[in-house]
Design a protein around this ligand. Structure first.
Ligand code: ATR
Length: 573
């Protein structure tokens, strides 16, 4: 037995393990095998969930074939009991029999819950550990609490890895998990994370705090735990294999944020510019929860979205003049002094694409809406001496913004009677659907139509504008420009705008296909190409504008999240 143990020990040394383990499930061994065969080339670390099998012991000989054929793979055998959240209905001794036989089959690791270990005789656990690497696990499917107390109980049992999985109900639960990991991972081989949508960040930050590996789903739809992201997202978007203690943490914060394309775009930028940083989606249900996290996790910068753009301003130590005027902040930097500083890059997101096409001084611009995006547009465009008009569903709000920004208010009934250089949609109408439009076709008397909505890429409003040969500026440009400015504020480096635009375009195309929306039309209604934006003033943008699509290195494009469900207030980020 001892010889076998040495063999296994050498095969499961922490530095040899990939950072992501993929759970594989199936009600018969054939399904597990089929799935494992298709995954093994790109994923050498898997967990076979034997508890999903109707008869785990009977399935082992078939699985042995896979293990024999793939010595490069490290596979965990898990047979979680129903009373601990799994599917195995047998007794503790029946579970031990499955795991012992799994060891003989050639699995390198077995997972056994603390509750099962507690019911075993010490000699039984020692015998199992002699045969195979043991992961002693504990799962809390409701909360994140008493982690240290739980670990005190776990440490009494010898194991190769200690796995602690809780459920995050706040962002701060992730902080608790990080602290727990930091306290124990220097002494013990730890694997820890929080389940649930709010725990997603722990899957990346856990590795940074000392978790030897984490779990990722094979594909979307194959998750075995709430909040599990896919292995390819962990590797391609979050670059989990590179994350270490020196990795800087950034994120987009809002409620909701799961649909956000910012992680795909910003992580692409960090990778392209070789910045050791990771950008996460932080789902905060309260500002208090967010601020508690920001002070405890060393977050270097935040993109702020609905509903916190306004409220976060009061928590900033300082901000730029436009942020104060607009009363909304979409970019936070944490200084070396730990204080929070705010900027509003939505303004650049609106102004830069327009300045690439027209001279704003004296241009007649109609803004639709009076919310956060409209405020950024109004103050930003006035600062460039444009002649700004505002119309809004709720007239009082529109009039108030017009007064504050020294713009003119236009009644909706008067829109069709006027013509503009630019009509800019800063309402949320058209977001997440291809049917709604904030204006009718006859009201579109303009040279340029800039729709800040970018999901879908081809909105109803854009389609109407194309039909009238109006030059279209898609919301994607605003999204990329505001993100590019954030990148520059945070890193001091020029943003790789072309790559950022490329990954977001691909993600939008995928969303359009998934939702049955039209794909973005690269040409206008006349069949002529859209005018190409002139190179932006910044040297960074100049460099990127010169990069041709054909000359670009093909980036790995992680799948975008599905579009937000209708009815849910979604942000533009
Ligand atoms: P954001 O931060 O994205 O700008 P917001 O602050 O909630 O979002 O603002 C949304 C804007 O879209 C508002 O101007 C809103 O009009 P009201 O001020 O009347 O609420 C506008 N809006 C939302 N739904 C609309 C609809 N169905 N028709 C017209 N305008 C709409």
């Amino acid at each position: 037995m001892q010889a076998a143990s040495t063999v296994y020990a050498s095969r499961i040394q922490r530095f040899r393990l990939p950072r992501v383990c993929i759970p594989v499930v199936g009600e018969d061994p054939g399904k597990i095998l089929e799935r494992a065969e298709s995954l093994v080339r790109d994923n050498s670390f898997m967990e076979f969930r034997l508890d999903y099998l109707t008869n785990p012991i009977a399935g082992l000989p078939k699985l042995k074939h896979f293990l024999d054929m793939h010595p490069e793979a490290t596979v965990i055998a898990t047979c979680r009991r129903a009373l601990n959240g799994g599917k195995f209905k047998g007794s503790g001794s029946a579970q031990l029999e499955v795991l012992t036989k799994a060891a003989a089959t050639g699995f390198q690791l077995v997972d056994i819950e603390l509750q099962s270990a507690e019911a075993l005789k010490p000699a039984q656990l020692a015998d199992l550990k002699d045969r195979v690497g043991v992961i002693l696990s504990f799962h809390d499917f409701k909360s994140t609490k008493k982690l240290d107390d739980t670990f005190l109980s776990m440490k009494r049992y010898p194991a190769d890895f200690y796995k602690v999985v809780s459920t995050a109900t706040t962002l701060y639960d992730n902080v608790q998990m990080m602290k727990f990991l930091q306290a124990h991972s220097t002494q013990f081989e730890m694997v820890a994370l929080c389940m649930g949508e709010q725990g997603i960040i722990s899957r990346v930050l856990g590795v940074r705090a000392g978790s030897i590996f984490t779990f990722g789903a094979a594909t979307r739809g194959e998750e075995t735990a709430p909040g599990q992201v896919t292995a390819s997202e962990l590797r391609d978007t979050y670059r989990i294999e590179m994350v270490d203690a020196a990795t800087q943490v950034y994120g987009v914060v809002g409620d909701p944020v799961s649909h956000s394309l910012s992680p795909v775009m910003m992580n692409t930028a960090f990778r392209r510019e070789t910045v050791n940083a990771v950008y996460l989606a932080l789902h905060a249900k309260t500002l208090k929860d967010l601020l508690a996290c920001v002070h405890e996790i060393p977050i270097r910068g935040l993109s702020v979205t609905i509903p916190y753009k306004h409220d976060v301003v009061a928590s900033l130590s300082n901000s730029d003049a436009l942020t104060r005027q607009i009363g909304a902040c979409n970019t936070v930097v944490r200084g070396q002094d730990g204080k929070l500083y705010g900027f509003n890059t939505d303004v650049a997101g609106i102004v830069v694409p327009l300045e690439q096409r027209i001279t704003l001084a004296g241009a007649k611009v109609l803004i639709l809406g009076a919310g956060g995006a409209a405020r950024a547009a109004a103050f930003g465009l006035k600062s460039k001496n444009a002649e700004v008009f505002i119309t809004n569903r709720t007239a009082e709000k529109g009039q108030a913004l017009a007064r504050q920004s020294k713009a003119k208010y236009l009644k909706r009934a008067d829109v069709a009677k006027n013509s503009f250089d630019v009509i800019l949609n800063a309402t949320s109408v058209g977001m997440g659907n291809a049917k709604q439009s904030p204006l009718e076709e006859k009201e579109l008397n303009t040279k340029y139509l800039f729709d800040l909505v970018y999901v879908p890429a081809e909105t109803r409003l854009i389609k109407m504008a194309r039909a009238k040969n109006i030059q279209v500026i898609p919301g994607l440009e605003m999204f990329v420009q505001q993100g590019a400015r954030q990148f520059e504020i945070w890193t001091g480096k020029p943003a790789p705008i072309a790559e950022m635009g490329f990954v977001v375009t691909k993600a939008l195309e995928r969303m359009a296909t998934e939702n049955g929306w039209e794909l973005p039309v690269p040409k206008n209604g006349t069949g002529k190409s859209e005018p190409q934006p002139e190179p932006a003033a910044k040297p960074a943008a100049k460099k990127e504008a010169a990069t041709t699509a054909a000359g670009k290195k093909k980036a790995k494009i992680p799948a975008a999240k599905p579009a937000p469900k209708a009815g849910k207030k979604a942000s533009r980020r």
